[in-house]
Design a protein around this ligand. Structure first.
Ligand code: NDP
Ligand code: HSE
Length: 430
């Protein structure tokens, strides 16, 4: 690229403004590292009158972000609007087709349409960069795609949603209400425009699908990610986890198994002394197992203005220097579509919390169901004593097959002495 790189930014929200601030603060540093003078020449956002706390003097304003794709004064387009369809997708496609490199933080778009966008980028020989889309400020895409390129990857997992990690950490530390903690995460700029994407696990699943593609050289396969969010994690589960020596974290796990690739996002009990259990607040962590390097772990802030903008700016520098690889590590035509291993086939240990009437014979009935499903119980504890009233029974199983456990819980839910839906959380074997 030339010694003067002109940038167009679509979306002046948390991330877009963060990028403007870095370019303003680090002009000389970025020039030294990229060999080019970086300047923002055009922007587009919805509301021109909004005070964004940074000067936009001398920068062209477009009412329609798609116009950035054809502006001759723009060399790189940053898509920082969000959303998997509509304007974000149109802008990325149009920019790549007109030969303009694209940098995006949009994991929803890449999870849904990444294969198609990668194909367009390849056909045009135009970079499509997205470091900020996974784990915010952690350079995990570069680490996985380039730094670990000499390894066959067997597993990649981690804490991929800062909002959920913030909520789970605060619930444990302060005993605060879920809704109030979520509002704080929104104020801090961590949450998605639709926060249900965060708390229902969808955002983490978008990121996991991207990571799995880079790790295993497979097409992005978001539709086959098993997803469970944190809405049902209760204070009672958090207390039980502590008593059993665990913490609850929302994990994304992608693993190569003999039956195919497992991709799952769900709350997990993780041992309190593990690295992952000690990743708190908005921090994310990603662990990658490579056959020669063994385990590597990456920790950092997974959301927010500075960390996310930091990843976007790193992509800009790569493009200015002419450094780029196939979007997901291997050319689209060389991707290997490995089948998905369904969650029903998953094997692991489980935490189960039952709410049952306190009366003779209930534990015997519960044990019989587990025996019939060939699930071995490691520990069983009844909480409290309230004859004829609801009590909690906490069970931990030995390794079992998920479909057997689900069947067992279905049977227990039908008991006349079952007073609430049985609750299950998988225990991580990390
Ligand atoms: P914000 O909601 O803060 O910002 C979105 C921006 O897009 C706003 O400035 C908005 O305009 C603008 N916008 C909306 N619709 C249009 C449109 N039709 N045309 C032009 N501009 C439009 O989002 P974030 O900055 O938080 O997120 C941006 C992207 O980065 C998303 O893909 C998100 O998933 C991703 N991301 C965010 C992270 C974070 O921590 N926030 C971390 C990692 C990725 P206006 O301000 O005028 O209303
Ligand atoms: N909403 C996301 C999170 C932003 O909380 O992690 C970072 O992708």
């Amino acid at each position: 690229m030339s010694s003067n790189v002109r940038i167009g930014i679509a979306g002046l929200g948390t991330v877009g403004i963060g990028v403007l601030k870095i370019i303003k603060a680090h002009g000389d540093l970025l020039q030294a590292r990229s060999g080019a003078h970086l300047s923002v020449t055009a922007v587009s956002s919805r509301d021109r009158t909004k005070d964004r706390g940074v000067s936009l003097d001398g920068i062209k304003w477009y009412e329609d972000a798609r116009d950035l794709a054809t502006d001759p004064d723009v060399d790189i387009v940053l898509e920082l609007i969000g959303g998997s369809d509509g304007i974000a997708r149109e802008l990325c496609e149009a920019s790549l087709k007109s030969g303009k490199p694209v940098v995006t933080a949009n994991k929803a778009l890449l999870a849904e349409y990444g294969n198609e966008l990668a194909r367009i980028a390849e056909e045009r020989g135009t970079p499509l960069a997205y470091e900020a889309a996974v784990a915010g400020g952690i350079p995990i895409i570069k680490a996985l795609r380039e730094g670990l390129a000499g390894n066959a990857i067997s597993r990649v997992y981690g804490i991929l949603n800062g909002t959920c990690n913030y909520i789970l950490t605060e619930m444990e530390e302060t005993g605060g209400e879920f809704a109030a903690i979520l509002r704080d995460a929104q104020k801090l700029g961590y949450a998605e425009a639709d926060p249900s994407f965060d708390i229902d696990g969808v955002d983490a699943a978008h990121k996991l699908a991207i990571l799995a593609s880079v790790a295993f050289g497979t097409p992005v396969d978001f539709s086959n990610v098993y997803i469970e969010g944190i809405r049902d994690v209760s204070a009672a589960d958090i207390t039980s986890a502590r008593e059993l020596g665990y913490r609850i974290r929302l994990l994304g796990v992608a693993r190569r198994t003999a039956r195919g690739i497992e991709q799952r996002v769900h709350p997990c009990m993780v041992r309190r002394d593990s690295t992952i259990a000690n990743v708190n607040g908005v921090f994310n962590a990603v662990v990658v197992d490579g056959d020669f390097v063994n385990e590597t772990t990456y920790v950092g802030r997974g959301a927010g203005e500075g960390p996310t903008a930091s990843a976007v700016v790193a992509d800009i520098i790569d493009i200015a220097l002419g450094r780029h690889t196939p979007t997901f590590g291997v050319p689209v035509a060389k991707m290997n579509p490995i089948p998905t291993s369904p969650i029903a086939d998953h094997r692991g240990c489980y935490y189960v919390r039952l709410t049952v009437e306190d009366k003779p014979g209930v534990i015997a009935d519960v044990s019989a169901v587990f025996r019939d499903e060939n699930i071995s119980i490691e520990s069983l504890l009844q909480r409290g004593r309230a004859s004829g009233e609801a009590v909690s029974v906490i069970l931990v199983t030995h390794e079992a097959k998920e479909e057997a456990l689900v069947r067992a819980l279905g049977k227990i839910a039908q008991f006349t002495h079952s007073m609430a839906k049985p609750r299950m959380i998988r225990i991580a074997s990390l």
